[in-house]
Design a protein around this ligand. Structure first.
Ligand code: SF4
Length: 158
């Protein structure tokens, strides 16, 4: 029996969607009977891998690093699902958009390679890459996450 390659990605979100995923408790363990979690904040993989069957993405696209990762996720995943209202519509992450905040250039002395460069607007995922499904909620309920993932896996098996 094929084991699915599942990934979860955390862009500009509060991590609440991943907390909700963890709140599946034994339901998460059940999913892992048929899936390998190949990339996630919950595991230690450093680089997004090739040939992922399904990726769920939390958070809006708010930084250049988010945009680069989103594009890589799309290239390497058969199915991409927006997880939670920030990924689906911008939600809390996009509250800064009406303020039109300038993208601040840090002085050389304080610039750090680890600081993400903000994009002018925080965008919902589907405005940056094609997505195949949406799991709404802030956060989505654990059950909604499980059903969303299982339904999309069923589509690729059919
Ligand atoms: Fe956090 Fe809600 Fe956004 Fe999920 S949808 S990342 S819980 S603010």
């Amino acid at each position: 029996m094929k084991r699915w390659r599942l990934a979860t990605v955390w862009l500009s979100g509060c991590s609440g969607c991943h907390m909700s995923l963890l709140n599946l408790h034994e339901g998460l363990l059940e999913m892992l009977h048929t899936c390998d979690l190949v990339y996630s904040p919950l595991v230690d993989t450093k680089e997004f891998p090739e040939e992922v069957d399904i990726t769920v993405v939390e958070g809006a696209v708010g930084t250049e690093a988010d945009r680069e990762l989103a594009i890589l996720v799309r290239e390497r995943s058969d199915i991409v699902i927006s997880l939670g209202d920030c990924a689906c519509s911008g939600n809390v992450s996009a509250l800064r958009n009406p303020l039109h905040l300038p993208v601040v250039e840090l002085p050389t002395k304080t610039r750090s390679e680890t600081l993400p460069r903000l994009l002018p607007l925080a965008l919902p995922l589907h405005q940056v890459i094609r997505v195949d499904g949406f799991i709404t909620g802030c956060p989505p309920t654990p059950e909604a996450i499980k059903v969303g993932i299982i339904e999309h896996l069923a589509e690729i098996t059919a």
